[in-house]
Design a protein around this ligand. Structure first.
Ligand SMILES: *Cc1c(COP(=O)(O)O)cnc(C)c1O
Length: 378
């Protein structure tokens, strides 16, 4: 089965040799009926667990009613979702698209139009997506080099180094963008002072501050937005991964009070605001209540402290259920051995494993994952 499908796909992914056919909560089942504990969560996407009743019901009901009409007209799910996100943010308007990278592209265009300035500052080690604009501001030279020339007038600052941020931000800077926690870049949190510097610099220069919360957002780190812990309010926020619990969606939030941005004719997405994705996302946002966030924080702490006691683990970083751990040897080998033991995890960089289980995960399953990792790392 796995082999047959592979031959008809471009070999762009290094897929593990397993074909999944069903999901349920924190569990996946392969085509041989074997069960796997899912601490990858589809790369921080499956926040509520596979087939969560609320998002599944919402998507089904919308599938039975209306799939698509385009953005020439209004639909109810897109209006409801925009209202819910505005309420969570404390006043914002949203543009919907279909992925994280599209949300970033929208942020780049929005900042250019609103500020009239083309320069952007991003962080070394960041990840913002694979399309040409997003790639241009991704702080990983190895991912960019093959596809140069990209957008110019992009400079990169070092994480939590305010001096380097001041040096990178120039008069032509219209956008300062950062993930509140560098996720692909090793799960490395931005500190409060650095976030404050970024906010102050953006204000001084007339630039917009964007937090890329494609991975950290929608409860992943134990608060709805990760920036809440930084005490700094951005002008722009991008969301995607966890927003519809696995259906494709992306969003650019623009804080109320930011003006001069995109107008009719400047930007669009045929599928953006798809009613089924938006209906599922409404159910997801409703489900992210204080109880679920408290579970994400408590289970995250249990997981992090358990990891600290495992053989060969030298450092554990993160917040809520976005956790990275530096391991001995190649992280990819650790992930491959975990898969053999029926535990899914991901890596971030060559030396770190990353754990992003559903926010609904229980203490029993956290302990089970830790026990498996103890064997794998021994
Ligand atoms: C995954 C990710 C993206 C890109 O999202 P896609 O949906 O894969 O395009 C952008 N930014 C961050 C922080 C991400 O983790």
């Amino acid at each position: 089965m796995t082999k047959m499908i592979e031959t008809n796909l471009l070999p762009i992914y290094a897929r593990a040799p397993v074909t999944f056919v069903e999901g349920d909560g924190c569990w996946l089942t392969d085509d041989n009926g074997e069960r796997y504990l899912d601490f990858a969560g589809g790369i921080a996407v499956i926040g509520l667990g596979h087939r969560h009743p609320a998002s599944t019901r919402a998507a089904h009901e919308q599938l039975d009613r209306l799939w698509h009409v385009s953005n020439l007209y209004w639909t109810i799910p897109v209006m409801e979702l925009a209202k819910k996100l505005s309420d969570r943010f404390g006043g914002a308007r949203t543009f919907f698209c279909n992925s994280g990278t599209e949300a970033i592209e929208a942020a780049i265009k929005y900042a250019r139009k609103a500020t009239g300035k083309v320069g952007a500052v991003a962080l070394e080690g960041s990840f913002h997506g694979r399309t040409m604009g997003s790639l241009s501001i991704t702080g990983q030279a190895a991912k960019r080099e093959t596809f140069a020339p990209l957008l110019n007038q992009v400079s990169f600052a070092f994480l939590n180094n305010s001096l380097s941020l001041r040096a990178a931000a120039l008069a032509d800077t219209g956008l300062i963008i950062m993930e509140p926690i560098l996720a692909e870049g090793g799960v490395r949190p931005v500190d409060v002072e650095f976030a404050r510097t970024a906010r102050a610099l953006a204000d001084e220069l007339g630039a917009l501050l964007c937090f890329d919360e494609v991975q950290t957002g929608v409860g992943r780190t134990g608060s709805f937005f990760a920036f809440e812990k930084l005490g700094v309010k951005p002008d722009l926020v991008t969301l995607a991964k966890g927003l519809a619990n696995g259906l494709p969606i992306g969003a650019l939030l623009v804080a109320d009070g930011v003006s001069g941005g995109l107008e009719p004719g400047d930007h669009a997405s045929t599928f953006g605001g798809n009613p089924v994705s938006c209906a599922a996302a409404c159910a997801v946002v409703d489900a992210i209540d204080e109880e679920l966030l408290a579970n994400a924080r408590a289970m995250g702490e249990r997981l992090a402290s358990g990891l600290r006691g495992l053989p060969g683990v030298s450092e554990v970083r993160g917040a809520g259920l976005l956790i990275g751990a530096d391991v001995e040897g190649a992280a990819a080998d650790v992930a491959a051995r975990a898969l053999e033991q029926r535990l899914l995890i991901t890596t971030c960089g060559t030396d770190s494993i990353r754990l992003t289980p559903p926010l609904t995960v229980s203490a029993r399953l956290v302990d089970q994952a830790l026990a498996t990792l103890r064997e794998v790392l021994a």
